[in-house]
Write a protein that binds this ligand. Sequence first.
Ligand SMILES: Nc1ncnc2c1ncn2[C@@H]1O[C@H](COP(=O)(O)OP(=O)(O)OP(=O)(O)O)[C@@H](O)[C@H]1O
Ligand SMILES: Nc1ncnc2c1ncn2[C@@H]1O[C@H](COP(=O)(O)OP(=O)(O)OP(=O)(O)O)[C@@H](O)[C@H]1O
Ligand SMILES: [Mg+2]
Ligand SMILES: [Mg+2]
Lengths: 168, 168, 160, 160
Amino acid sequence: MFLESLELHNFKSFGNRKKVVFKKGFTVISGPNGSGKSNIGDSLLFVLGIRSSKAVRAERLGDLIHKTSDEKRNRDYCSVSVTIDTEDQEKLPEERKITLKRELVAEMDGYKSNYYLNGIKVRHSDVAELLDSLHIYLDSYSFVLQGDINNIVKMTGFERRKLLESIS
Amino acid sequence: MFLESLELHNFKSFGNRKKVVFKKGFTVISGPNGSGKSNIGDSLLFVLGIRSSKAVRAERLGDLIHKTSDEKRNRDYCSVSVTIDTEDQEKLPEERKITLKRELVAEMDGYKSNYYLNGIKVRHSDVAELLDSLHIYLDSYSFVLQGDINNIVKMTGFERRKLLESIS
Amino acid sequence: KRKIFLEIYSAINENMKIIYRELSGGGEASLEMSEESDPLNSEIYIRARPKGKSYSKLEALSGGEKSLTALAFIMAVQRINPSPIYYLDEVDMFLDGSNAERVGKQFKINSGTSQVFAVSLRKAMLKYADHVIGVTSFDGENTEVFEKSVSESGNMEVEN
Amino acid sequence: KRKIFLEIYSAINENMKIIYRELSGGGEASLEMSEESDPLNSEIYIRARPKGKSYSKLEALSGGEKSLTALAFIMAVQRINPSPIYYLDEVDMFLDGSNAERVGKQFKINSGTSQVFAVSLRKAMLKYADHVIGVTSFDGENTEVFEKSVSESGNMEVEN
Ligand SMILES: Nc1ncnc2c1ncn2[C@@H]1O[C@H](COP(=O)(O)OP(=O)(O)OP(=O)(O)O)[C@@H](O)[C@H]1O
Ligand SMILES: Nc1ncnc2c1ncn2[C@@H]1O[C@H](COP(=O)(O)OP(=O)(O)OP(=O)(O)O)[C@@H](O)[C@H]1O
Ligand SMILES: [Mg+2]
Ligand SMILES: [Mg+2]
């Protein structure tokens, strides 16, 4: 399987709608400081259902919504969707693709996440099941965020053992 | 004033005697990973009298002595000397230069530091007085070690206040 | 539980040896337990021997040597649960030119079986990339994304 | 004690404004106290506004933006007790090309009144250097040091 495209709508520094097309193989994301590179990584973790806002460098989920200096234009909504090509030979070509979407909507006391699989509303546990079937694990080292290398170097021998235990 | 030269004898990755000539202005120290760049910084802090071995990335002072895989060649001694040109117009040209040396010698239960100013043995407090008169402060930010930037970024608001208090 | 732990430990150890040798151009690295007799209560250390040097604990290495060893450990763990996608954000930041190149080469190899995304400011990474996504912001508040051809990326403001 | 603290605080704040504007090419940065009424018990925050963006706390900035702001804070503190020598070890590591250049330019300016040593792997720094000291190790155990002319250093393995 591979990720075919990402659509960001009002997520962090991505105002309006932006579509990013991905390809198989080795892709390098490059650009100046503060331009939004790490925000792309955050958007991937977000749409794949990460629960903690800290893991996407936000104090509260609401901080993920795009803010500009022009207060009037700020909305209370953001969403990210990712199209996955499962490359599953047993399915028909048009059934091989899955679109997963996560949106953040304002509620009385905060923000609520809604998940959609191919347009149908689903629960977080359905998303977790899908990821399991695709062997995508958010808590293993397949996502190494900026600064993680530093944390690994500073890890004590005791913490390293705990890490190995969690993998077992 | 400026640092004119540094002589390293058996200090960290500097086996035998090595002399490094410095010049005024802006000097960049460059080279591959693990080649010994940060060890030059450690040797400066060492000769200027830093007391804590942690500040020069060593568990014990003894770890500063050059070790090679050939046990027979390892000695129990190291030293660093720095020649400072004070550019003091009130002194005769040959009196403007000061050579400060610090050596580590093995004792019964560890290592002892000896300090020499222009060849005469002095105490640590004499070195501290000299640095004061030259406005060289080891604990202010004139030495920014590798990784310090990361620590500043992670500092809490409380720690930042403590820092400002220590400067006052 | 103990049996599984020991299997994981020795698998990571084996992977680490292979990967570190590649990344460092000929050095050796391995894991070490403080109490072999009681693995579930012991501490786990990383020891590495950069090419041409003697063995030392992770703490005694230089900044770049440490980060290369940490990267080898991460990649050794990744091999335990292979994933179809990898995302690595500026993991080459402490490395000199030749270490960064070897890491780029390894990412290229891994991209044969998985989709690999690496955020990087360095030419050594771009050299091995199949695709480059340029990211910038014209007004400071909105991120713009565009596809760059790999040959074109040589003149990106990337490094220096 | 309170009076001196407030003097130091406002001196660093003033310095920080000037230095951050230089380093970021036009942004603003300042210190902020959580309790203006009780400075000796309050927390001190850094706020920065990269060029073209709105103000945010240090935590909300990107990796490179954070390190540039931290560097401006350090240089603002340095100006309080000017020293005849400065040593800075790979402080440009998180920065993109144009930020690294601006930092190099600032070091060059400071080297008019003090002797400045910067450990760096980047061409953006070498560009402003008066002298270059090359460090290497042939056998892995001994460091060799040699003087390089600045023009020659362009072809050092430095970056990528
Ligand atoms: N007492 C010692 N005897 C011999 N070698 C030592 C000693 N102490 C440290 N070293 C070696 O010095 C090397 C580290 O040097 P240093 O930290 O100066 O590298 P560096 O040039 O700053 O590299 P980087 O670019 O990765 O920061 C290590 O490989 C370490 O093993
Ligand atoms: N909710 C939001 N609305 C608008 N902008 C945001 C929001 N959250 C974060 N940002 C902005 O996004 C920018 C950071 O982007 P990011 O961390 O992706 O940069 P980067 O390209 O990774 O940079 P670096 O090379 O320094 O790591 C910051 O300047 C931050 O102010
Ligand atoms: Mg980033
Ligand atoms: Mg170093």
